[in-house]
Write a new protein. Structure first.
Length: 266
């Protein structure tokens, strides 16, 4: 069994998975150090900045870091410390549902990136961070290996509801859409992967699934997306940039609802 303080999602304060639900949740902190490690030393004077420290993407990172607790990010965390640890017990059916619900959301993001109505999204298609194909293979593998029927996403499930929101934002609110894109895609390259490693040890006989495998160097893929976001943000007004940042809390909440699936019994 795993304490709820064990590494979790993107180095952020997220809801410790309890059950798969699309209902509003109260955040219980799980500890993670993700990309841009919590409390990492600042760039030395005169040193070249990393991509995550440049332009608007640095503002996005800083807002996300404020959702950490002080013990996770002493310099930037602003959330209250988590209560006493509680046991976190992922299940195979729950993790399989998490993969299914996640695939629904990735597919929606990937479809939106190909929208002809918003050519600015083209920079976020074929970045190397796409996960739907890997998830599809993982769902088939896990269902076969453990004899668990792959669940069918429900219209009122967290994946479907988040996908609906993403599709709406992609059409009518590009700044909010990019906020969700950034937080969802980047989450699974670090903190989300740490959760995946723990689940693999506990439930999957140590098998590393395709969800967390990337072609090429992950940091190079992330830096490419960071540069694209910075370029896009340069075309926004200050008010539009502020609006993008304000959507961070909602993006964490929606992703947290999908994370809850990991401990579902069925």
């Amino acid at each position: 069994m795993l304490s709820s303080r064990v590494s979790g999602f993107r180095g952020s304060s997220v809801a410790a998975p309890v059950r798969c639900s699309a209902q509003p949740i109260r955040a219980r902190v799980v500890r993670v150090q993700a990309f841009g490690p919590s409390g990492a030393p600042a760039t030395k004077p005169g040193a070249e900045k990393q991509e995550k420290e440049k332009g608007f993407i640095n503002d996005m990172r800083r807002v996300a870091m404020k959702m950490h607790t002080k013990d996770q990010a002493p310099k930037e965390g602003e959330q209250k410390a988590a209560p006493a640890p509680k046991v976190w017990a992922p299940t195979r059916p729950g993790y399989l549902r998490f993969l299914v619900e996640s695939k629904v959301v990735y597919e929606t993001f990937q479809k939106a990136a190909q929208s002809k109505a918003h050519p600015e999204y083209a920079a976020f298609a074929s970045t190397g961070l796409e996960r739907s194909a890997g998830l599809a293979a993982d769902i088939v593998w896990m269902s076969s290996k453990y004899g668990i029927p792959a669940p069918v996403p429900k219209p009122d499930g967290p994946g479907a509801l988040y996908s609906k929101k993403i599709a709406e934002l992609a059409e009518s609110d590009p700044q909010a859409f990019i906020c969700h894109y950034y937080n969802f895609f980047f989450a699974h390259t670090a903190g989300g992967k740490m959760i995946g490693n723990k689940v693999a040890e506990m439930l999957l006989d140590g098998e590393q699934i395709n969800f967390y495998k990337y072609e090429g160097e992950v940091q190079e893929l992330l830096d490419g997306v960071r540069r694209n976001i910075n370029s896009l943000a340069e075309t926004w007004t200050p008010e539009q940039q502020a609006h993008c940042l304000e959507e961070t809390t909602e993006s964490f909440k929606m992703a947290g609802q999908i994370m809850q699936c990991i401990t579902a019994e069925e």
